[in-house]
Structure formats: structure tokens, C-alpha cells
Design a protein around this ligand. Sequence first.
Ligand SMILES: C[S@@+](CC[C@H](N)C(=O)[O-])C[C@H]1O[C@@H](n2cnc3c(N)ncnc32)[C@H](O)[C@@H]1O
Length: 374
Amino acid sequence: MQGIAVFPQGLENEGAQELAMLGASSVHPLKRCASFEADMACLYRLHLQARLPFRLLREIARFQCNSPDSLYREVQQAFVWDRWLHPSISFRVDVSGRCDGLTHTHFTALQVKNALVDLQREFWGRRSDVNLESPDICLHLHLSNAGSVLSLDGSGGSLHRRGYRAAVGIAPLKENLAAGLIRLTGWDGSVPLVDPLCGSGTYLIEAASLALGLAPGSRRSFLLEGWADFDQDLWEAEKERSLRRAKPGKHLERIIGCEMNCEIAQQAKRNVLVAGLEKRVIIQNTHFRELLLPSTPGVMVCNPPYGKRIGREEDLDMLYEELGDFVKKNASGWQLWVLSGNQNLTRSLRMKSSRKIPVSNGGIDCRWLKYEIH
Ligand SMILES: C[S@@+](CC[C@H](N)C(=O)[O-])C[C@H]1O[C@@H](n2cnc3c(N)ncnc32)[C@H](O)[C@@H]1O
């Protein structure tokens, strides 16, 4: 089958590599997504094991449409709806893109819904409910003049929700973005990892899970488990495979997070516990200046506040300056990676980055900056 994996902007290449590593073929990175081919086992595996996608879409039809009427007709003919969409099943329609004659995503979603419920009424005399929050089936229509694609969304809710983060700190990073940024550092557990501004602990939890090969999807359910062609045996086999792939006993160097706010540090500890990583990740409730770094150089990662969501820019200058001073004094031989959405503030680190990778953090244009500390 053909599929699309949706990624945070800037992580398309990393995301594509991950898909290929998990067995997907013909993987092509595109803007904010990658196209791929997979068999059903591989699609299940991607849902269980891929860390970077927001969503995985399974293509079910491709057609040309350039008006509400042609969309209505094409949708009705697109798929074996009598097998897949019984009126007892609720559904939702998501729409992205645009094409001539269909430029309003909300209206387009309603038109797809109308096509489907009219068909159901003809067939069964009744129709499905639409459920925007937790549908049984989630359809995705991507409009384009070159051909529109109708897909099933295997998860419904975004895949960044792993199930360990009930508690959120201030402006937490999405788990899939954190995982992608950690992948870009190349950290593999053989040197210490420190987040001096750890918030809810997302980098550290994602890093430890990555290094131990823990499946990000092992703690949650997926809409694909309710699909008409769901293969329970194959699903169980892939779940077992993901368990076998994990190396929970692997030695990892120390992983330390530091959070000044007491309540947020408590949340981080709870998240670490729910993720089953309490023996791997240590959270300290202090100002980072109190932090005693491991003597072996390692990797430091952080996303300091950058004034767009939290904190006033003038108050934050000092924080960046202090962070720069701290690493220069205490972290000789370490690498520092900073996610920044504000160039003026990063200047206050008074350091020169050796790499600048553009990424989008929830729509904010950011840079993943690498510094070598001498
Ligand atoms: C943008 S948040 C980090 C979010 C984190 N990456 C996550 O995913 O939850 C920045 C965090 O730094 C903490 N912080 C600010 N100044 C600090 C300091 N001097 N020492 C330690 N933590 C600090 C804030 O309380 C906040 O939780």
C-alpha cells in the first residue's frame, strides 16, 4: 500500500530514514511529510515503533475532483464503504491542501461527510455519527490539482502522544519533535546526557526510550485496531517483534534533567515513572548553576524559553547569558544543543554554533543549534 507519514517541518529526512529503517520502501521525503510503500505488517510496525511521525496515513483512493459535486461522486465510488463504514461506526473527516473548485477545508470535509452518510442511508436506511474527538474511523482527504488522495488515519489522535505524559510543564516539546532532535545529535547512550532546563523531561524520556529501543506505541491504542481488515495475529506478531527489539537492560550513561520550578520538576519525575525510566533518568529540582555535571563529557540538550510563549525577552537575556557562562566554565569537551526560536536571545549565549538546523516547533520557526564547548 501507499502511505504518507506526517512530520514536524525540518525533520523530513530524519523521519524518512526512520521509516526505511523500519522496513518501509520507496520512501521519499516531501514538505512536512514523506511518502512510502509498506505491507500491512510494516504499517503496523510503523505505528508501534516510529518515533517521528505525527500521523501515518494509508491511501485508499486517488481521484481527480474540481467541484463539490465531483468530490461527492468520487468519494462515494472510492472505496468499499459497505464493508468499512457501518452506521454503528462513528467517523471524522480531516482535510488538507486545496484544489481548483475546493478551497475551503471545512466545507470540503462536510461534503465528504454528506457523500458518505447519503450512501449509508441508501444502503442501511440510517447513518453514522460524526465524532470529532474520538471517532472509530478517521478519514483524511488531501486535495491537489494533480490528484486528490483519500486515506485512513491509523491513529486518529496524534502519534506524539505516547501515553507517559499526563503531566505537562510550561510549553513542553511534542514528543516526536524531541525524539527527532535527539536523533540529530547522534546520542546513543554511550556518553552522559543532560538537560539543564528539562521542564516535563521530554528530551530525556525520548532519548532513553530511543537508546533502549522501547516502542513509543506500546502504551496506547490505535484506530487501525478497529479497521475492517484488521489482522489480530499480525498485530500481535508485530507487538512481540517490537518487544524483542527493545534492549531494556542495555547500559546507558547518566541521564540528568534539571528543573528549577518545584511543581514542574515533580511532573517530570511522574512522567519518567510512567515511562518506566525511573532507574535511567534523574530529575534534580535546582537552578542549573547548582548542577554537577558528570566528569566524562557528554551531550547537553535544552530548549530554554524564547519569549514567544513564555517569559519576556528582556528577562530571558540574563538566562541565556548565564547558561553560556555555565557551560563555558563547567562543560569543557561537551556538545551543547539548543532549540531556539529567537536569534537575539541566542546571541546572549556568546558562543558560535557549528550547526544550525531549521525546524518548526508548533508553527514557530526555530533552529536546532549545535555548539562545541572547548
Ligand atoms: C521551555 S521549558 C522546557 C520544556 C521542556 N523541553 C519540555 O519538553 O517540557 C523551559 C523550562 O526551564 C525551566 N527553567 C527556567 N530557568 C531555569 C533555571 N535557571 N534552572 C533550571 N530550570 C529553569 C522553566 O521552569 C521551564 O520549565
